[in-house]
Design a protein around this ligand. Sequence first.
Ligand code: HEM
Length: 273
Amino acid sequence: MATIDATFAPGRPARRVDWLGRSAVFCYLTIAAGQLLFTAFILLYYYPSALSGDFAAWNNKPLIKGFVAGDTAGNLFFAVHVLMAAVITLGGLVQLVPAIRGRRPAIHRWNGRVYLLSALALALGGLWMTWGRGTWLNYIGAIGITLDALLILAFAALAWRAARERRFVDHRRWAIRLFAVASAVWFMRVGYMAWGLATGGAGIGKAMDGPFDLFLAFANSLLPLAIAELYLRAGAHGTAAAKKGVAALLGLCGLVILAGSAGAWMVMWGPYI
Ligand code: HEM
């Protein structure tokens, strides 16, 4: 009540609502919900088989390669990849919570190191699986995910360097960019489902070679990165109108993410656990 009275007291300037901050929190919560579902799938589907050595069980769901009898190195790379996938997905969500950064800096530092190491392992291991093991359906898709791996490696290095040099404003910027591109494989799944719900699957090819597939091969990292960039710029020196515009965009993204995550759970993850 006191806040309301103070806000509307005659003679005092009306308190501005921080729409950008609010919609960023909303968008983060929708991402967290979707990524927790992805983590649950990885923990329930891949962890038991990867940790017990029952690698053949991976192929109970459609994969490009998954388990290949006799390919010990490829199977081990895949096992490490899916084990680290849960670590990076959960770690990224924890890393972005301001209360943890502010009140538990030790957790932020240690989780940050684990996050950067898992980013390194996933990007380098993913590159090897793509080009060394030959896990791809078409060149454009392979090049798209390669670009993502290179962005992950570059932003991880820049976020780490800024933290080491105690340039915390820069560190936050690079960390948000890193989160955007490290979440690309998840954005891709959510993007497919949201698009499928909206259009019935227009432009999706049988070998993931339709116009939408080719678009999403690059948009899975570049679109979240562009939106993160708009958010950072609006927050740093945007006009009131720009802040409102980006806030509306984040709100819309949150709704798309909710729909796409629910679809991904129902079609891509839930049926296999
Ligand atoms: C950084 C975050 C990443 C996460 C969380 C992640 C997660 C996963 C998961 C869960 C799978 C199992 C497939 C499924 O069930 O959908 C997988 C497979 C795979 N990932 Fe990643 N990945 C990441 C990054 C990358 C990168 C950067 C590349 C390539 C440069 C890559 C290449 C692959 C390949 C080739 C497979 C095997 C696909 C198959 O055999 O069907 N991943 N990844």
